[in-house]
Design a protein around this ligand. Structure first.
Ligand code: GTR
Length: 408
């Protein structure tokens, strides 16, 4: 999706490393009062401040109010995917806001498992019917991107969309490795267009007149935490091993979710780019200004104030990634997705190192940008895959290995 031409992105943006210029990143281990952060306890305090800085200046404030949920299992198939999986569909209703649509969660469990399993939790772009070829998943009735595309007609899903993104969701491979997969359509939480908030959670929580009001990314992240609320009640799930995963704009949300909600055991940001893992201060590929202009509803209104003065942001994205520490973190780029700034994503991951070290861990453990298809790192991992802006089997193979080694 998006204005990405031949893997480079739109004309008029910088793809020349020589033109990136110089910048100074905020020091991760110096707080706003100029005090050094030396111990884990210092970090816990500073971490709370950083979360506030990201809320105030970038994503907006996630409402603290706890919302009453009702979980309704709508179907269970004990023999899904030709007997490989148990498939469950659960709707999450908002008891106090009956006008809001539920979040419809689709979960595949490995059938063979006798004990609770770890789970990858990631939102999808086009409805649960598009992540699987199984024909009996109800077609989502929610607003869909595209007035007249292959997959939607007047912003409603069409039968043609079934299985459209199966390639991005290798469910067989995931369940065979002993993991569950939980997913839901991101538009269940907020439809992705500037006025979409009117029918989502932001219509009842937050305050649109405030410069620190949460944006759609904040809402999607919040929705991931509500799905996690459900997963904690499901005895087939190992709720201490829920991995937040997302691609692109949903990758931005997956990191923000994992940063705020420490119940997530690990975070995977697939080509999350600007406003995700990529350093904002690097003038390469998408810019803060472009992001705020194309997608005025994604971030806090105040983020726009930095469009032309990124250097004044009190934070940069390495500090967001560091909020995942000491938990495992995977940042992934694609060589054909220069719009996301692979080098900026690598540097975001790299500059989390001091916090992992505070915990006696090695983060990325290298400062050398790796060759394509050469994953690097320890508790923090990174790869730059060949190919375009996408999620591929190659990516999933790395994520499964990462999860086997660090989450299980
Ligand atoms: C692009 C946007 C990126 C990324 C991408 C996506 O148009 O510029 O920041 O979010 O969309 O979500 O696929």
């Amino acid at each position: 999706s998006g204005p990405i031409a031949n893997g480079q992105g739109p004309e008029g943006y910088n793809y020349d490393e020589a033109k990136v210029g110089t910048y100074t990143l905020p020091d991760l281990l110096v707080n706003t009062k100029g005090k050094p952060v030396k111990t884990k306890a210092d970090w816990r305090n500073w971490r709370a401040e950083l979360l506030k800085l990201f809320a105030e200046n970038v994503y907006g404030q996630t409402p603290a109010k706890s919302v009453k949920l009702r979980f309704q299992t709508t179907s269970v198939d004990e023999s899904a995917l030709n007997g490989l999986a148990v498939r469950k569909q659960v709707s999450i209703f908002f008891v106090d806001y009956p006008q809001l649509p539920p979040i419809d969660v689709l979960i595949y469990f490995p059938k063979a498992s006798t004990k609770p399993v770890p789970v990858f939790l990631g939102l999808n772009f086009c409805g649960n019917h598009c992540v699987t070829a199984e024909a009996d998943i109800p077609l989502s009735t929610r607003w869909m991107m595209g007035e007249n595309s292959d997959v939607s007609n007047n912003n409603k899903a069409t039968e043609k969309a079934r299985g459209m993104q199966v390639r991005r969701w290798p469910i067989d491979m995931i369940v065979k490795r002993g993991y569950a997969l939980a997913t839901a359509y991101y538009g269940d939480i907020e439809p992705d267009y500037p006025q979409g908030w009117h029918t989502g959670i932001r219509s009842v929580l937050g305050d649109t007149t405030k410069a620190n009001n949460w944006g759609a990314i904040g809402a999607w992240a919040w929705g991931m935490s509500r799905i996690l609320d459900y997963l904690q009640t499901d005895p087939a799930i190992d709720a201490k091993r829920v991995i937040s995963i997302g691609h692109s704009r949903i990758g931005k949300a997956a990191v923000w979710a994992g940063a705020q909600d420490e119940r997530f055991a690990a975070v995977i940001a697939n080509e999350s780019g600007e406003g995700g893992a990529a350093l904002a201060r690097r003038y390469y590929g998408e810019t803060v200004e472009r992001l705020n202009t194309s997608f005025p509803h994604w971030f806090a209104p105040r983020y726009k104030a930095y469009n032309k003065r990124v250097a004044d942001l009190p934070v940069d994205q390495h500090e967001l990634l560091a909020l995942v520490a000491p938990r495992p973190l995977y940042v992934a780029s694609a060589d054909g997705d220069q719009w996301s700034d692979p080098k900026g994503e690598f540097l975001g991951a790299l500059h989390t190192e001091p916090v992992y070290q505070l915990y006696g861990k090695t983060g990325l453990g290298t400062t050398v940008f790796p060759a394509v298809n050469q994953p690097v790192g320890q508790t923090v991992r990174y790869h730059d895959r060949t190919g375009k802006h996408d999620v591929t089997d190659y990516d999933w193979e790395q994520y499964l290995r990462f999860a086997d080694e660090l989450v299980r």
